[in-house]
Design a protein around this ligand. Structure first.
Ligand code: NDP
Length: 485
């Protein structure tokens, strides 16, 4: 049943100044879930003013007290786990088998982690010639955050938790395809004791995102989105010289050596291509398999891929739901056709599947291409769907060179039992997030973020705090000034 959702500014729901709205739908069924107020530049101004006012108080709240509030919010997420998991499933088309853990628990874990970190923000002290100095990590002020549609609640948490822990306020624009969970998150934040104005949610389109990037009173922009959007955001942010963190796309390599535990490597490759129906930025879509184990790997892989169940994401036994939208589904199907036309051999999948009761959703069978070459479009471009490309190799130096032959540098994995080789190869691979004998596991304690065309900065871990604060150096003289005048 469709409802109305307003903007969340200064601790309450408000209509958009321009009174514009847009609809958000369930991608599996096409059902309209809500009519959502559409933020534009004028609304962003109001949200930023509310955030600045709240931040002026919040920056004076001791870290331990900030942490207690973030901890209370993490508890709210846990209490509302089923409701939020359902919302994320409906708005994003993600299987209900995934959302409780991958979306809600991971968001709550992040809030809990930064609740603890809020007490540990420290500067340095050093004695030097003529006195001593100390440093003060200080909040930036108002953070503008822009999210992608694949992990809306998790992205809201990954940006809000470190921002608030470090003493900032936030204005968050979720993707217009998935605005609902962030709005509910903000309501729960108020119940948890987050002061009004500290978290503002402004659903809207690219122009609302641009209003954040351009805004003179926003001190930092944190974007999760595509590489082209990242470049635009950075260019817009340059006008006011604000700090920028970018979590962008990828085309990550997953390398399987001849001594790998093949069952484990197949598990990794499946996690790296079919979780969330392949709509994950870190996915290892270029699967390099040593020629001597290629056939055995493929045999094991196909046996398991063909058991994956496409279906209504509301069903507990569904492994893969629909693409986020018909437009995105069309794009993924076009890539599959390009793969076939380009000479790759489609071993399984490669087509749209009709699901009874979900005729409006675009469901795409998990697709595996073999015989891929490095120059193929499906091997070079991010598809953001369930499409795996298998490439064979025979030599370590060769595979390192080919793995690095991409504009992206988000993630990578190596599967091997040879410890020396594992670390040697990972040392040479140009990627920000790497796994040895695993894939797509992202503990909150581990820094997360790409290099090269995949982004700037890190989320999660203690390091995230440094991306939400600035350092002030203070010199204290001990003795008279030795003036030359
Ligand atoms: P987009 O880049 O299309 O959009 C991301 C966000 O930016 C959306 O909220 C979008 O609004 C907004 N936006 C669009 N244009 C502008 C602009 N000119 N200025 C400011 N904001 C703008 O990405 P998708 O939502 O399609 O998400 C998929 C992409 O995100 C993939 O490339 C994926 O790899 C990447 N991603 C990266 C992750 C990471 O951590 N590295 C994690 C998840 C996804 P609207 O939606 O309303 O157009």
């Amino acid at each position: 049943m469709s409802t109305q959702r307003l903007l969340w500014i200064d601790g309450r729901f408000v209509p958009a100044i321009g009174n514009k709205t847009f609809t958000t739908t369930n991608p599996a069924t096409g059902e309209v879930l809500a009519e959502v107020a559409q933020a534009e530049s004028a609304d962003i101004d109001v949200a930023v003013a509310a955030a600045a006012k709240a931040q002026a108080q919040w920056k004076r709240v001791p870290g331990a007290a900030r942490g207690r509030i973030l901890h209370a919010l993490s508890q709210k997420l846990r209490e509302h786990r089923d409701e939020l998991a359902e919302l994320e499933m409906q708005d994003g088309g993600k299987p209900i088998a995934e959302t409780p853990e991958a979306d809600v628990d991971s968001g709550a874990d992040c809030l809990e982690y930064f609740a603890g970190q809020a007490t540990s923000i420290q500067g340095e002290y050093q004695e030097v010639d003529g006195g001593f100095f100390y440093t003060r990590p200080e909040p930036l002020g108002v953070v503008g955050a822009i999210g992608a549609w694949n992990y809306p609640l998790q992205i809201a948490c990954w940006k809000t938790a470190p921002a608030l822990a470090a003493g900032n306020a936030i204005v968050f624009k979720p993707s217009e395809l998935t605005p609902l969970s962030a709005l509910r998150f903000a309501e729960l934040a108020k119940e948890a004791g987050v002061p009004d104005g500290l978290i503002n949610i402004v659903p809207g389109f690219g122009d609302a995102g641009q209003a954040l990037s351009n805004h003179p009173h926003i001190d930092k922009i944190s974007l999760t989105g595509g590489a082209e959007t990242g470049k635009k955001v950075m260019a817009d942010a340059a006008g006011t010289l604000k700090e920028v963190s970018l979590e962008l796309g990828g085309k990550s390599p997953l390398v399987v050596f001849d001594d790998a535990d093949l069952d484990n490597a197949v598990s990794g490759a499946m996690m790296a291509n079919f979780f969330t129906q392949g709509e994950i930025c870190t996915n290892g879509t270029r699967v390099f398999v040593h020629e001597s184990v290629r056939e055995a790997f493929i045999e094991k892989l196909l046996a398991r891929v063909e058991k994956l169940k496409l279906g209504n994401p509301a069903d507990g036994d569904t492994d893969m739901g629909p693409m986020i939208s018909p437009e995105h589904g069309k794009l993924v199907l076009e890539y599959i056709e390009a793969g076939k036309a380009g000479g790759a051999k489609c071993l399984t999948g490669g087509e749209r599947v009709e699901i009874a009761g979900c005729e409006n959703g675009v469901f795409i069978a998990p697709t595996v291409f073999d015989g891929c070459t490095d120059d193929m479009t499906i091997v070079r471009e991010e598809i953001f769907g369930p499409v795996m490309s298998i490439l064979s190799f025979t030599d370590e130096d060769e595979v390192i060179r080919r793995a690095n032959d991409t504009e992206f540098g988000l993630a990578a994995a190596v599967f091997t039992r040879d410890l020396e080789r594992a670390h040697r190869v990972i040392g040479e691979i140009e990627a920000g997030i790497c796994w040895i004998n695993h894939y797509n596991i992202t503990p909150i304690e581990m820094p997360f973020g790409g290099i090269k065309g995949s982004g700037i900065g890190k989320e999660n871990s203690r390091r995230a705090l440094s991306y939400y604060s600035r350092l002030k150096s203070v010199f204290v003289a001990q003795g008279a000034i030795d003036a030359p005048y």
